[in-house]
Design a protein around this ligand. Structure first.
Ligand SMILES: NC(=O)C1=CN([C@@H]2O[C@H](COP(=O)(O)OP(=O)(O)OC[C@H]3O[C@@H](n4cnc5c(N)ncnc54)[C@H](O)[C@@H]3O)[C@@H](O)[C@H]2O)C=CC1
Ligand SMILES: O=C1[C@@H](O)[C@H](O)[C@@H](O)[C@H](O)[C@H]1O
Length: 363
């Protein structure tokens, strides 16, 4: 049975031909998903800064290599683009997709500075249709979906606080405090916005004793504290050199109860050699593998219908703005307000509950 036409009367694409830009860890995982586990799509073009790496993946998924990312975006056999290059390359690559009117799934973060993220929001808006999805895959993870349902159904009563833990066993040397905020904490920023359905209005970072394996000057772990527009508090422990496993937990505390995810998911309880014990997920691919695939399937299905069915450019922009405030909070130790420029251009109201010195002075 063929699918219904979209609002403009166009028939859905029979198959989405995708260019994948950047085939490191995530790009390779997504390219393989698109050519095996996800229905309705095919990788036709692969691009990477390393032509050699691109060739290996292209060969594996039956695609061709295009050495320039912008030529890949402009190729005739490309209907949509998956951007999995490093964050600093996202701005120009997503912008080029918008110039060509192509649906684009961009891995988080949308960009690495707030001005460029905002510019992408404006650019998409000028086109009059949604094209950008940002790779906040936790929104597709069955555990996060169940937690969100408990919140929206009112089972926990009014949600008062959210507590997050985000631990990676190890990361490359370049993960300094700023990178930890922009690349890792960005997930909890989106989780908080997703679960509570409101914007974050301020960020504070508390740095304590750092692990001996952290490079000099890097605060690992850190406690990040967010305040939301209605005054709710969200805490996030970010610890990227725990040396243990990949551990992501989230607890919502409401007026009538609390709920936690990430405690037992993927916990394999083994009984061997007369002993029992659990094995934690070693990395994000093992923990969120299903979420990445669900995210891709929803993106493909929506793109074939000419729409977007996931976190979009505004979500990407809001997260970048919170992270930018977070980076400032690391530097100053202060509670830093988040400034989100509303789409109509009206000045943003001072966020509720913020006690940053500059806002106090402005009152
Ligand atoms: N949603 C999630 O849970 C995760 C998301 N990510 C995000 O995915 C993106 C990629 O991260 P990884 O795969 O971990 O990095 P990676 O370093 O493994 O791979 C990046 C690849 O991009 C290539 N590259 C560099 N500059 C490029 C350019 N201008 N155009 C095309 N290719 C370029 C590199 O040669 C490399 O092969 C980042 O934005 C990262 O934050 C990464 C890990 C998990
Ligand atoms: O997005 C991811 C990485 O880029 C980031 O570096 C990790 O901390 C996250 O856990 C992972 O989901």
């Amino acid at each position: 049975m063929s699918a219904a036409p979209d609002e403009a009367g166009r028939a859905p694409l029979a198959e989405l031909r995708v260019a994948v830009l950047g085939v490191g860890v995530m790009g390779t995982f997504h390219a393989e998903a698109l050519s095996t586990r996800v229905r309705g799509a095919r990788v036709t073009v692969v691009n990477d800064w390393s032509a050699e790496r691109a060739a290996v993946v292209a060969d594996r998924v039956g695609a061709r290599v295009v050495e320039d990312p912008f030529e890949a975006i402009a190729a005739d056999d490309v209907d949509a683009v998956l951007v999995a290059s490093p964050g600093a390359a996202h701005d120009a690559q997503v912008g080029a997709c918008l110039d060509r009117g192509l649906p684009v799934l961009c891995e988080k973060p949308l960009t690495t500075d707030v001005a460029s993220a905002r510019a992408l929001v404006e650019k998409e808006r000028a086109l009059g249709r949604r094209l950008v999805q940002v790779g906040f895959m936790r929104r597709f993870d069955p555990e996060y979906v169940a937690l969100k349902k408990l919140v929206t159904d009112g089972d926990l009563g009014n949600p008062l606080m959210v507590h997050c833990t985000h631990r990676n066993p190890h990361v490359p040397e370049h993960f300094n405090s700023e990178f930890m905020i922009r690349d890792s904490v960005v997930h909890e920023v989106d989780v908080a916005r997703f679960l509570l359905d409101e914007e974050i209005t301020s960020v504070q970072v508390i740095a304590g004793v750092a692990t001996a394996s952290a490079p000099a000057g890097t605060h690992d772990p850190m406690l990040v504290v967010f305040r939301t527009a209605s005054g709710r508090v969200v805490t996030d422990e970010i610890y990227v050199r725990s040396g243990v496993a990949y551990e992501v937990r989230t607890e919502v505390v409401g007026e009538r109860g609390s709920a936690t995810i990430g405690l037992d998911q993927n916990l394999v309880v083994r009984r061997t050699d007369g002993r029992w014990g659990g094995t934690l997920t070693p990395g994000f691919v093992e923990r969120f593998g299903q979420a990445y695939d669900l995210e891709l399937q929803r993106w493909v299905d929506a793109a074939r219908r000419g729409t977007v069915d996931g976190p979009g450019a505004w979500d990407g922009y809001a997260a970048v703005a919170v992270c930018e405030a977070g980076v400032e909070a690391v530097r100053t130790g202060a509670e830093v307000p988040v400034v989100l420029e509303p789409l109509d251009g009206a000045p943003a109201a001072p966020p509720a509950g913020v006690r940053a010195p500059d806002l106090e002075a402005a009152r």
